[in-house]
Design a protein around this ligand. Sequence first.
Ligand code: GCO
Ligand code: MG
Length: 409
Amino acid sequence: MKITAAETIVTSPGRNFVTLRITTEDGITGLGDATLNGRELSVDSYLRDHVVPLLIGRDAGRIEDTWQYLYRGAYWRRGPVTMAAIAAVDMALWDIKAKAAGMPLYQLLGGASRTGALAYGHASGRDTPELFDSIRAHLDAGYRAIRIQTGIPGLDSVYGVAASAAGGGERYDYEPARPTAVPVEETWDTRAYLRHIPTVFEAVRAEFGPELPLLHDGHHRMTPIQAAKLGKALEPYDLFWLEDATPGEDQTALRLIRQHTTTPLAIGEVFNHVHDYTTLLSERLIDYVRSAVTHTGGVTAMKKLLDLAAVYGVKSGMHGPTDISPVGQAAALHLDLAIHNFGIQEYMRHSADTLEVFRTSYRFENGLLHPSDTPGLGVTLDDTAAARFPYQQAYLPVNRLTDGTVHDW
Ligand code: GCO
Ligand code: MG
């Protein structure tokens, strides 16, 4: 089954997405997500200029060989752009193989290990009453696990907090990269954050009780000793996980955090390779792997990474904000259903415009996600709808400390 065409589709239905579509000689098409938030066109160029020409004429069925050919053949290893491009090819080829087999992808990955994937949603509020409203809206929408992000007294705008309470309910607008010529700059104060967060979790537990799984994202802003302190302070509130407590590329920093706290740790959304995790896994320094299929070389690489994690008793917690396209999200759901060491899946609903471009078949019922039994990944792309939303330059914010020093965002 030869590949006869491959093309990228860049569209911006509320935020930018890059998708690769591969077509075979018998007319089967496969989709792959290549979206790298804020750096989208670099992956589009990598695919169009350096990968698409190599795909034409190749056997679409040779997924592992194509992966190795693109990875080793480029000579230059790893990195978010390369690995997102390889991921898109890999996803599209799995989509094609599963469609040709007439099966949903999870069947080719070993079949279902569970009835559905536990999903967590994003509650946020500028203050505690607004946060409580958001938690209630998520519970009403069926979520059984909830991430908590909140405003910090003294700071104007904080990561993970929806810009406005307008509309209530599940908010998907907390962090689209913003369509500005240069990134918006925010101000950050870690000590103010460390003072405030434990009081918020205390209030949430008092209001919503002990059972609800609660998560929190530190978004790379703490030093190891600050993270250790926060993990310890949050122990009474029994978090499901504390995510990205420190910038994760410093793998050995996690030793210090681990020595001081039993709060479970999750890391890896900005990683793109199994070698980013070797110390974290072999020393059992984390509890959850946060990589996205989209950013880690696709289904092939993600399955290997999660199998290695399983050896050390570490579970999955795949990245699933709205900058992962519905194609990338579907790929995650097939893996979630099939692997044994599934932990949880992040799930923010995409906007109505996004879901008009990407027609999904996955379902969210009783707090669980299911990829559906549609052959392949189960997502189609409507070209006419995509063409209505041209690319818009957009950037994630840049963070500065109160004295002006650039900090991790
Ligand atoms: C998460 C992430 C996202 C990232 C975003 C950047 O936990 O979902 O931290 O919110 O900030 O993916 O593009
Ligand atoms: Mg995160």
